[in-house]
Design a protein around this ligand. Sequence first.
Ligand code: AMP
Length: 399
Amino acid sequence: MNILVINCGSSSLKYQLINSESEEVLAKGLCERIGIDGSCITHQPKGGEKVKTEIAMPTHTQAVAAVIEKLTDEKVGVVKSLAEIDAVGHRIVHGGEKFASSVVIDAEVMKAIEDCNDLAPLHNPANLIGIRVCAELMPGVPQVGVFDTAFHQTMPPKAYMYGIPYGDYEKYHVRKYGFHGTSHRFVSAALSKAMGKDLKDLKIVSCHLGNGSSITAIENGKSIDTSMGFTPLDGVIMGTRSGAIDASAVTYLAKKMNLSPDEMSSYLNKQCGFLGVSDVSSDNREIYAAINNGDEKAQLTADMLRYEIKKYIGSYAAVMNGLDAVIFTGGIGENSWEVRGGVCTNMDYLGIKIDFELNKTIRGTQAKISTPDSKVEVWVIPTNEELLIARDTLAIISK
Ligand code: AMP
């Protein structure tokens, strides 16, 4: 079966066509600047070059039409017709408390996703548009929703509640939801396979470190706590997001800088993090390039990230009463030996020992970087959210 995986943003749309038997990516691409002048689609068939085409995409309808056209194109296409696309899997950011697993999308599910719009105002409405347009242009093709939040619905109330009046939690649904669930689920499953152990027997800390970062405690294959919260702002310092900050510091800064709630939210999400502290860049590579040139604020930024990750690993080992494995994934986790090495230095009290020389050589490939005598195994595992969406889609439509 061929499964089209769609990740629809407010002005962009990423796609992959995946053959579910071989798990090969037949083609992938990106539509950019939807609804903005200068929109274009970049398409890459398996084994072929990227082809960038400028094409008017005033709405997402034209974007999905452009994707279908590319996939079925005589030269750069990979299928003969739409009939060869058997299902569509959609990445959906927020499923609130309504979705603990992936589902076939019908009218009721659409309504439930819409009910979560308030919780992810930038993402869920765009995801819904993607679903509606696919339904319109591919009538009868089953569509499945895979939620970033679903994996974390197993967290117990003591982990997801904030210390606010219970009635306000019930009324406004303000609690920790957690994100990157698809990634944490993918890498933890890959880890269990690599270790040859059942997920039920493993206590794992999964560190997804990228532009956005989240760290999750996984026990018996279930998320029991995670660093992101009500929104993806919480947790460790990120590219442009502050990470955890005292709520009173937020109200204090808003007053001092005369910022409205929306402006404050934009400040915390877009002007803080690596970018704000270092004054250099939101990009981990540029932070390390600046460190190599002696930049002290870049050094401070890198130190903060490594320190915060260490604290999460320690605290999650405490709540799980043990630790069998640590996973590093995401752009930083998969590629930055400096971050991995820094986090795993002086962690022997917890049973973590890595091979620092080996660690330096691992970039973007799956590898165990802990030493043979380390009690805790430390792994680099490249994430693949699209593949998990395709797998879920297949499993659900095959039922
Ligand atoms: P992601 O959001 O998962 O795409 O990750 C983006 C982050 O990964 C950025 O901060 C990049 O600087 C970082 N990154 C990507 N490749 C490398 C690399 N080769 N070395 C260090 N950091 C990298």
